[in-house]
Ligand binder design. Structure first.
Ligand SMILES: NC(=O)c1ccc[n+]([C@@H]2O[C@H](COP(=O)([O-])OP(=O)(O)OC[C@H]3O[C@@H](n4cnc5c(N)ncnc54)[C@H](OP(=O)(O)O)[C@@H]3O)[C@@H](O)[C@H]2O)c1
Length: 236
């Protein structure tokens, strides 16, 4: 087992208390994506050490959320390189559109696996390190968790389920002193809607700028907020 330097931990906690993320080690799952990238940049501007994770070769850690054990490899990587973990942001997910009756079973399964099961499997595995650091866990669900949309039944279900789980974890992990945020951004111009697993996106009004959404999420981390509703992004 790798020993954790208590001085480093104490310093990290002190920085956090003054609203700074100086030197904190943060994993951004989906750090290669349209929201994950600006979140990574915003965290780095606050002097965090960010580890990106996704299926892409461009990520620091290559993992697939659909694999229940992906979090084990991630934890092993973080322990071996950084010895501690102060935060995890899950900004990874997929979308599909269309009437449910026209959506094949595999697409429905993929949505639930990636958007719901994956974050829960990962959360289990990072919890011990986050408890050690009194760190934070953020999951991006989405405004559809509050307002489910037609032609997005399975996507809405996957996000409502993971939102509920994240809100439950916010209470469950209070005694572990892990701060948990369910972030439910409205439509954001990342291009996600142009990359559906199935179907075509309905017409949508112009979405928010990814940098604005990323900045709001990082502010919520620094200010130890518990929840970010769609309205909290200024366009809910
Ligand atoms: N854009 C919006 O309007 C909006 C609004 C509310 C909530 N959200 C949520 O925010 C999250 C990020 O969305 P985005 O707009 O940034 O989408 P994006 O640009 O398509 O990025 C998605 C990210 O997720 C990663 N990913 C997808 N499947 C994965 C898997 N099985 N394992 C590991 N990583 C995986 C992708 O990397 P690889 O493909 O390399 O794995 C990529 O880094 C999603 O959960 C989305 O539902 C988005």
């Amino acid at each position: 087992m790798i020993a954790v330097d208590p001085t480093l931990q104490a310093a990290a906690r002190e920085d956090y208390e003054v609203g700074n993320l100086n030197g904190q080690v943060v994993v951004v799952v989906g750090g290669t994506g349209g929201l994950g990238q600006p979140i990574t940049e915003a965290l780095r501007r606050r002097n965090s050490t960010v580890i990106t994770a996704s299926r892409s070769l461009g990520a620091d850690v290559k993992l697939d959320l659909r694999d229940s054990t992906a979090g084990d490899e991630l934890v092993a990587y973080v322990k071996s390189r950084h010895h501690r973990l102060d935060g995890v942001v899950i900004a990874a997910g997929i979308v599909a559109f269309g009437d449910l009756v026209d959506t094949d079973d595999v697409t429905i399964e993929e949505l639930l696996l990636t958007n719901t099961m994956g974050p829960l499997w990962l959360a289990k595995r990072v919890a011990p390190m986050l408890e050690e650091s009194n760190g934070f866990f953020v999951n991006l669900s989405g405004v559809v968790a509050e307002t489910p949309m037609p032609a997005m039944a399975a996507y809405s279900a996957s996000k409502a389920a993971v939102s509920a789980a994240t809100l439950a974890l916010a209470k469950e992990w209070r005694r572990k002193k892990i701060r948990v945020i369910d972030a439910r951004p409205p439509h954001t111009e990342t291009g996600l809607a142009t990359r559906p697993l199935h179907g075509t996106a309905p017409g949508m009004p112009e979405g928010l700028a990814p940098e604005v959404v990323a900045a709001r999420i990082v502010d919520a981390i620094v200010n130890a907020e518990r929840e970010l509703s769609g309205a909290d992004f200024g366009n809910g």
